[in-house]
Ligand binder design. Structure first.
Ligand code: SF4
Length: 81
């Protein structure tokens, strides 16, 4: 029994040392390029990055690569409640 625990710990330690994610961990999704997201540097009505849940002030996005403008827009737009 103790040998089994030691074996599992050794496997987990080896996996972590190699940079592997622990079992059950989700891999982060790849961010889209601006072209893939159909990003535009202008709003669509009231839909704009500054009103999106994915916007990170002052000019980044959690789902789209590169800098985005607060008054930009893309197809992933998700309105803040
Ligand atoms: S509208 Fe698109 S680019 Fe802008 S913050 Fe939201 S997801 Fe990112």
């Amino acid at each position: 029994m103790a040998a089994g625990c030691a074996f599992r710990r050794a496997l987990l330690g080896g996996a972590l040392a190699l940079g592997a994610a622990p079992l059950g961990a989700q891999q982060p999704a790849r961010r889209l390029t601006q072209a893939e997201a159909q990003y535009e540097p202008r709003p669509r009505g009231i839909a704009m990055c500054a009103a999106c849940t994915l916007f990170v002030r002052p000019n980044l996005c959690k789902q789209v690569e590169g800098e985005v403008a607060p008054d930009g827009w893309c197809k992933l737009f998700d309105m803040v409640d």
